[in-house]
Ligand binder design. Structure first.
Ligand SMILES: C[S@@+](CC[C@H](N)C(=O)[O-])C[C@H]1O[C@@H](n2cnc3c(N)ncnc32)[C@H](O)[C@@H]1O
Length: 298
């Protein structure tokens, strides 16, 4: 095939609707160019002669892998360690501290955090480092009723920490699971964090085994209902911005159901729950923002 066929308005609409239905991503006028470009690349790769044939492939049973590949090509995976420092400080200094205190009083020693749309893992690993530090600091001031075994575990028993890191893209999940980062990706990680939580492997940095063990990478499409439950905190940053308002509302409702009472939701710097829901209350400290779940009568 020499040249890529023209994408007609009708074909574009069909494909736009399919992508929206499959993963919630909405391509408005500002982003149709990007969608067109990615569709053209996929069509060429599949060696098909029209976008309608490509659409037919995507909706067929044998097109499931190609549909995943297309969605993967449409995601924006930009991320970094300690992204949005003010928000991370809010999590570390206030939210985590409050949750640990509340749970300790109830003698509930499980902490569940979900990084939804985790990309290559920098967000969930940042959270894991903060939780490990937070627990160590907490027990400096509130000593445990027993002697800590040596070498000290990262998470002091009886605490159990589970961080679920999920994404719709298999390639970013694989990279997160591998947990190896370049010097450029480590720019926001200071010396003390590098020393405690990374091993130097050649010119790259690998997440230490003990930290890796508390982060579990898993495929979850936020468009579906089958999502991780009973979380104390959900981070879903820079994901909702690719959804339209009805889809954002549905997602925020799902997060409400996936959170324990008084749990917290963190969204991206350019995202807000304002006007979307009454089920969360904004918490704001030192330029960091989060949303706390509010109980609602159904
Ligand atoms: C811009 S990255 C954000 C990464 C990280 N949360 C952060 O803020 O640094 C957005 C991620 O959301 C994922 N994503 C997009 N749509 C999704 C969906 N429907 N379900 C799950 N993940 C999705 C993308 O694959 C991508 O890795």
């Amino acid at each position: 095939m020499s040249s890529v066929p023209v994408l007609t308005e009708a074909e574009l609409k069909l494909l736009q609707a399919l992508v929206y239905q499959e993963c919630g991503m909405h391509f408005d006028e500002r982003r149709t160019h990007f969608l067109q470009d990615r569709l053209q690349r996929r069509l060429k790769e599949c060696q098909l002669d029209s976008f309608y044939s490509y659409y037919r492939l995507l909706i067929s049973n044998k097109g499931k892998d190609e549909l995943s590949r297309l969605l993967e090509n449409l995601t924006v995976n930009e991320t970094s360690f300690f992204r949005n420092k003010a928000q991370m400080d809010l999590f570390h200094k206030h939210v985590l501290e409050e949750i640990l205190h509340r749970k300790q009083e109830r003698r509930d020693f499980t902490l569940r955090i979900w990084s939804a749309g985790c990309s290559t893992g920098q967000e969930p690993y940042t959270l894991a480092m903060m939780v490990a530090d937070g627990l160590a600091y907490y027990y400096l001031r509130n000593p445990l009723p027993y002697d800590m075994p040596l070498p000290k575990p990262l998470i002091p028993p009886p605490w159990k920490v589970e961080i679920t890191a999920s994404d719709i893209s298999y390639s970013v999940l694989r990279a997160g699971q591998e947990g190896i980062y370049t010097e450029a990706q480590m720019s926001a990680v200071d010396y003390s964090y590098r020393l405690r939580y990374f091993d130097k492997v050649g010119d790259r940095y690998a997440i230490k085994k003990a930290l890796k063990e508390i982060v579990h990478f898993d495929f979850h499409n936020l468009k579906t209902e089958y999502l991780p439950q009973r979380n104390d905190v959900i981070f879903c940053r820079n994901v909702m911005m690719y959804f339209d308002e009805p889809e954002q509302r549905r997602l925020v409702d799902k997060f409400h159901r996936c959170l324990n009472s008084d749990g917290y939701l963190f969204v991206g710097h350019a995202e807000s729950l304002l006007g979307l829901t009454e089920k969360f209350q904004m918490v704001h400290r030192d330029s960091g923002t989060a949303y706390q779940r509010v109980e609602v009568k159904s």
